[in-house]
Design a protein around this ligand. Structure first.
Ligand code: SAM
Ligand code: FES
Length: 348
């Protein structure tokens, strides 16, 4: 096992068979060895810096029906909301004062935010905060739409591929959605010149070590600037309500592997990781992650953006989240920096 980890560090790639074996046969001992290597690499490129991104969850309307997601169209029990341009700008204003230099505008796939509405929002954020990075996470749109938003001033886009394998993808999503289309969106985003973030859920229903092996091979091919992974966590009003959640242990192992394979990538310790364990995000940082994404959404809408049960920070104000994060990072010897936090991975 340790030989495979050494090989990964030296060559940055493994065969599908090797990935599967490494993931399937992992032990606490191999994990410790991996984490030590991953930490060392992370410190080499990013020292002990932590980049923060202000997450603004601006709509929970969604036309899709992903079987795992709490804000899926079929969930009648969600109180739906949309933030206006002014409300989004207010969140950014607050975030700027708190030291955020990246804003992530995330939402369900909501037809209300047409290209016209969305480019207007992006242009206004760009004008008001010229020294900040704008990241969008709006799901699948046409290439033309991605281009318009890029031209309006967005320079980063987050779109998890969710799972590479078409059959596994089909078991997590209704027929209207396909793995191939999702992946095509990522290639389009890259081609346009966005800094791209992708990723997957760990422990999603029906996932096998072979699926995770395929995910790693896809990440290697795409070479994204960011990779967001977090455990799958059931939501009580979805078809997967009774499915077991992904584990902290496997999520940390995958984080370590990603750091070894893509040494310069931006790797968040996600909210979902902080939800399955009280110190999940700290553990993520200690296994190679270097980004955290505190919530900047208005406190009154947070409980409505419930992708999964028991999501943390839904009752807090932005300033509390920011302070809390700074303290958590300090306690483990890391420092939050005021910076756009661009990736060291070249574009294209
Ligand atoms: N609509 C956009 C999209 O599709 O990329 C952004 C919003 S979507 C809700 C953001 C991410 O939440 C998804 O990519 C998915 O991986 C994650 N997510 C959804 N439901 C989840 C669950 N039950 N457990 C963990 N993560 C979940
Ligand atoms: Fe909204 Fe999946 S339910 S993107």
């Amino acid at each position: 096992m340790k030989d495979l980890i050494d090989k990964l560090e030296q060559t940055s790639s493994l065969s599908k068979e090797e990935w599967s074996v490494l993931i399937r046969s992992r032990t606490p001992d191999t994990a410790d060895y991996l984490f030590e290597r991953a930490r060392e690499i992370r410190h080499r490129f990013y020292r002990k810096d932590i980049y923060i991104r202000g997450l603004i969850e601006f709509t929970n309307y969604c036309k899709n029906d992903c079987l795992y997601c709490g804000i899926r169209r079929s969930n009648q029990n969600v109180h739906r909301y949309r933030l206006s341009r002014e409300q989004i700008l207010d969140c950014c204003e607050k975030g700027y004062e708190l030291g955020f230099r990246t804003f992530v505008l995330q939402g369900g796939e909501d037809g209300y935010y047409t290209d016209e509405v969305m480019t207007d929002i992006v242009q206004n954020v760009r004008k008001r905060f010229p020294d900040c990075a704008i990241t969008l996470s709006l799901g699948e749109r046409s290439r033309e739409s991605y281009q318009l938003l890029f031209d309006a001033g967005a320079e980063r886009y987050l779109l998890r591929h969710e799972t590479y394998d078409a059959e596994h993808y089909g078991r997590l999503h209704p027929n209207s959605l396909s793995a191939a289309h999702r992946q095509q969106c990522l290639w389009n985003l890259k081609d346009i010149g966005y800094q791209v973030g992708t990723g997957f859920m760990v422990g999603s229903p029906f996932q096998t070590p072979d699926n995770l092996a395929d995910d790693m091979i896809f990440l290697k091919a795409l070479n994204p600037q960011m990779v967001g992974i977090g455990p799958f966590i059931p939501h009580h009003d979805t078809p997967f309500a009774k499915s077991p959640p992904g584990t902290l242990e496997l999520t940390l192992f995958m984080l370590g592997l990603i750091r070894l394979m893509l040494p310069r990538v931006l790797l968040p310790a996600t909210t979902a990781l902080g939800t399955i364990a009280p110190d999940g995000r700290e553990k993520g940082i200690l296994t190679g992650a270097n980004v955290v994404m505190p919530n900047l959404s208005p406190a009154e809408v947070r409980k409505d953006y419930l992708l999964y049960d028991n999501k943390i920070c839904t009752g807090d104000e932005a300033a509390e989240c920011r302070r809390c994060m700074e303290n958590r990072m300090k306690r483990i010897g890391y420092q939050v920096v005021v910076s756009r936090g661009d990736s060291l991975v070249d574009i294209n």
